[in-house]
Write a protein that binds this ligand. Structure first.
Ligand SMILES: NC(=O)c1ccc[n+]([C@@H]2O[C@H](COP(=O)([O-])OP(=O)(O)OC[C@H]3O[C@@H](n4cnc5c(N)ncnc54)[C@H](O)[C@@H]3O)[C@@H](O)[C@H]2O)c1
Length: 364
């Protein structure tokens, strides 16, 4: 599907999997001007209900169903992780552009296969590392790249949720066949690492991880699925860092927090308070509100609501989908996360699992 084929008409979108994030994709697709042609579901009955709720005309039950629909230009894959490979592979083979949820596959082998297929196809293939679309994240990136923090030598933080606390969940995430081997780290640690590499342009070179299934599993043994991951990080630049990833921290809903400490200043981004960036110096602390005059050009480029109106998760998603669609029309934008970034995240997850099983540092 080349740019000429979609010029001057709305894109036809299919959303496969219409749970939490599939509905976010469906709304973002509409906002970006696409026609929601159909939805993919695990049964005809579920598909019919979702299609009616979301205003789609068709229901797909297999990867071939959607790949063979001539009205579909772009396939959004929002299913449990184990289905990402088959849906993305078929869609790319049929010449459809793909937006595939993270993690790109259940392991590094699957992610690399999709990265390779996307490259060979020349199609647009993106992964929603949507936190990149907070203006405060872009402001942090501009501060780092503009040298205003000095030399960044320490990067640390955490990503904490509590939806697995209490042990009552029946989610597919608990089934390794549907989820993959890593649970919390692949699910949300991948976001934290992507954000850190995106902001700094630095790369995680080595990791040393301890995983825990606490409070249900084999605490501290590194066996079983991780509800918790603690990871030491060594970056290519020589910077060091650490992160704590948990889905069992009561009261924490979506606390992605990261601090970049430089020789001159430190910057902090907090996803639960995303409308400002904290900037610390030896003699002053400054809060940079989103949308302030003098904000970095790259922050202004993703600032879509005036200050005073919070810029939230849905805004990030809307921007990500809009810019994925712009790429389909031939207009690539700075920071659009692709299958290369999805495979990169899978490589970090893979290193974390290897490190936890042998104990000690391993290369990514
Ligand atoms: N980028 C982000 O910020 C973000 C946020 C949440 C989830 N995700 C990712 O999105 C994906 C889905 O997560 P979720 O939280 O929406 O899960 P979910 O359980 O809410 O939704 C999954 C949906 O897939 C459907 N499904 C199951 N089997 C299917 C099949 N064979 N064919 C089609 N549909 C099928 C389920 O019925 C359900 O509607 C996961 O890969 C997850 O990691 C990404």
């Amino acid at each position: 599907m080349n740019q000429a084929a979609v010029a001057g008409r709305p894109l036809g979108a299919a959303v496969i999997g219409t749970g939490f994030i599939g509905r976010v994709h469906a709304r973002a697709a509409r906002l970006a001007g696409a026609t929601l042609v159909g939805v993919g579901a695990s049964s005809a009955a579920k598909g019919a209900t979702a299609a009616e709720e979301l205003g789609a005309r068709r229901v797909y039950l297999t990867p071939d169903d959607v790949a063979s629909d001539p009205q579909v230009d772009v396939v959004h894959i929002c299913t449990p992780n184990a289905l990402h490979l088959s849906y993305a592979r078929s869609a790319l083979a049929a010449g459809k552009h793909v937006i595939c949820e993270k993690p790109l596959g259940t392991d590094l082998v699957e992610a690399r296969e999709l990265q390779e297929r996307a490259r060979e196809s020349g199609l647009v293939a993106t992964v929603p590392f949507a936190y990149r679309y907070y203006p405060s994240v872009r402001e942090a990136r501009a501060q780092v790249h503009g040298g205003r923090l000095g030399r960044v030598g320490l990067i640390h933080g955490s990503y904490l949720q509590d939806w697995l606390a209490g042990g009552a969940s029946t989610s597919w995430h608990l089934d390794a066949a549907k989820n993959g081997r890593s649970r919390a780290f692949a699910d949300i640690g991948s976001h934290w690492c992507d954000l850190v590499e995106f902001v700094t342009g630095d790369r995680i070179r080595r990791v040393s991880a301890v995983l825990s299934g606490w409070p249900d599993g084999d605490a501290g043994t590194g066996l079983g699925a991780d509800n918790v991951a603690t990871v030491l990080l060594a970056f290519e630049s020589g910077a060091v860092g650490s992160t704590v990833i948990s889905q069992v921290s009561p009261g924490r809903k979506n606390r992605l927090w990261v601090e970049f400490d430089g020789t001159d200043a430190s910057a902090v981004f907090d996803q639960e308070s995303p409308d400002s960036l904290w900037l610390g110096r030896r003699d002053s602390v400054t809060i940079i509100p989103r949308g302030e005059s003098g904000q970095a050009e790259q922050a202004a480029a993703v600032n879509i609501v005036p200050p005073g109106h919070p810029h939230g998760f849905s805004d990030c998603f809307a921007l990500f989908v809009e810019q994925s669609y712009a790429a389909i029309r031939g207009h690539w934008s700075d920071g659009l996360p692709t299958f290369d970034d999805g495979a990169r995240a899978a490589a970090v997850v893979d290193a974390v699992l290897r490190s936890a099983s042998i104990g000690g540092f391993v290369a990514v």
